[in-house]
Ligand binder design. Structure first.
Ligand SMILES: Cc1cc2nc3c(=O)[nH]c(=O)nc-3n(C[C@H](O)[C@H](O)[C@H](O)COP(=O)(O)OP(=O)(O)OC[C@H]3O[C@@H](n4cnc5c(N)ncnc54)[C@H](O)[C@@H]3O)c2cc1C
Length: 296
């Protein structure tokens, strides 16, 4: 196995163009596991760790430009206000050691349906900036996941930056696992309220072949909030609206039975998380901290 160590982004792109089968390695928390278990034996490893720009972030007017290799710890410590959903999701990743190494670029590279960054990125609204020697392009996050552990990257492309919309309202993230830390999600859910556009966005993890949004649930809730004047009057969301939203989120899930949980349990848990997160975020939006009326 050859180890390529480009000193700059341009060198990395040139190396990937010359060796399209080279496997990029950032934190290595997915790649090294696969190599150690002999699941993968790439001809070339492309080490991205000397490339400073991948570890940088920038807070702009509307977006955060997040370098592909910014570790989860940095997101938790420095971007909690701008990216609350992603910061919460980062908290649930593995252990401090893994969070110091792993980042969103690696989560996207692996594109596991169970990756914790995905529901938060889907809910916030993100675009993945990828580049090759041929040029760069922006892939909307909804179009990035193309199958189980497959993504929209071409063989010569690398992920440079993830552009995530800055929060304009409350966001939540939660996952169900067999314990509270160091656990792969049985299923996960993310929700973001966007008061500026009077919309909500969702993200579901580990309950379909790819991370997905519950688009029908979003449309239902957007219409219900608009019709009831909720964004303006700040009233408590009725239990029937919350239930219908939760049911539609459950229905959007397309899970399988596996060692971590049954499809039925996953669908149920997605609905529970959706209803709870709607309660939490809406109360935060109203600024009262009161629990959702009628919700158990
Ligand atoms: C003990 C343990 C616990 C874990 N727990 C969790 C968890 O709770 N939640 C979770 O989501 N994940 C978990 N993971 C998986 C892993 O930590 C995450 O997926 C992490 O985000 C990977 O980031 P990385 O930088 O280490 O990626 P790497 O391992 O370096 O790379 C991962 C993939 O992305 C590709 N890649 C990396 N950077 C780029 C780039 N710039 N351009 C193109 N492709 C790129 C690599 O080629 C590879 O295919 C766990 C892993 C371990 C070992």
């Amino acid at each position: 196995m050859d180890f390529l160590r480009p000193a700059s982004w341009e060198e990395a792109l040139a190396a990937k163009a010359e060796h399209p089968t080279a496997v990029p390695i950032a934190g290595g928390t997915d790649v090294m596991v696969e190599i150690n278990f002999d699941h993968r034996r790439p001809e070339y490893l492309l080490d991205l760790n000397r490339i400073e720009l991948l570890r940088e972030w920038e807070v702009g007017e509307e977006n955060v430009r997040l370098g592909a290799s910014v570790p989860y710890t940095q997101i938790m410590e420095n971007l909690r206000a701008e990216l609350p959903g992603l910061a919460l999701a980062s908290h649930t990743v593995a252990s401090p050691q893994i969070r110091n190494r792993g980042g969103v670029g690696g989560n996207l590279g692996t594109a596991s349906p169970a990756g914790d960054a995905h529901p938060a990125l889907l809910a916030a609204g993100a675009e993945v900036e990828v580049e090759s020697v041929r040029g760069s392009r922006f892939i909307p996050i909804d179009e990035f996941y193309t199958g189980v552990k497959r993504n929209a990257l071409q063989p010569d492309e690398l992920i440079k930056t993830v552009h995530v919309k800055k929060a304009d309202g409350p966001q939540q993230y939660s996952k169900v696992g067999t314990r509270n830390a160091m656990v792969i999600a049985v299923c996960a859910f993310g929700l973001a309220l966007h008061p500026e556009t009077r919309t909500v966005r969702t993200g579901i993890g580990s309950a379909a072949p790819t991370p997905i949004r519950a688009k029908e649930a979003e449309s239902f809730l957007n219409a219900a909030l608009e019709e009831g004047g909720f964004w303006d009057n700040g009233k408590i969301i009725t239990p029937s609206i919350a239930k219908q939203f939760a049911d539609l989120c459950s229905g959007a899930a397309n899970p399988i039975d596996d060692v971590r949980g049954t499809a039925k349990y996953r669908r149920h848990a997605v609905g529970i998380m959706a209803r709870r997160q709607l309660g939490w975020t809406w109360e935060q939006y109203r600024g009262t901290g009161r629990p959702l009326e009628g919700a158990a």
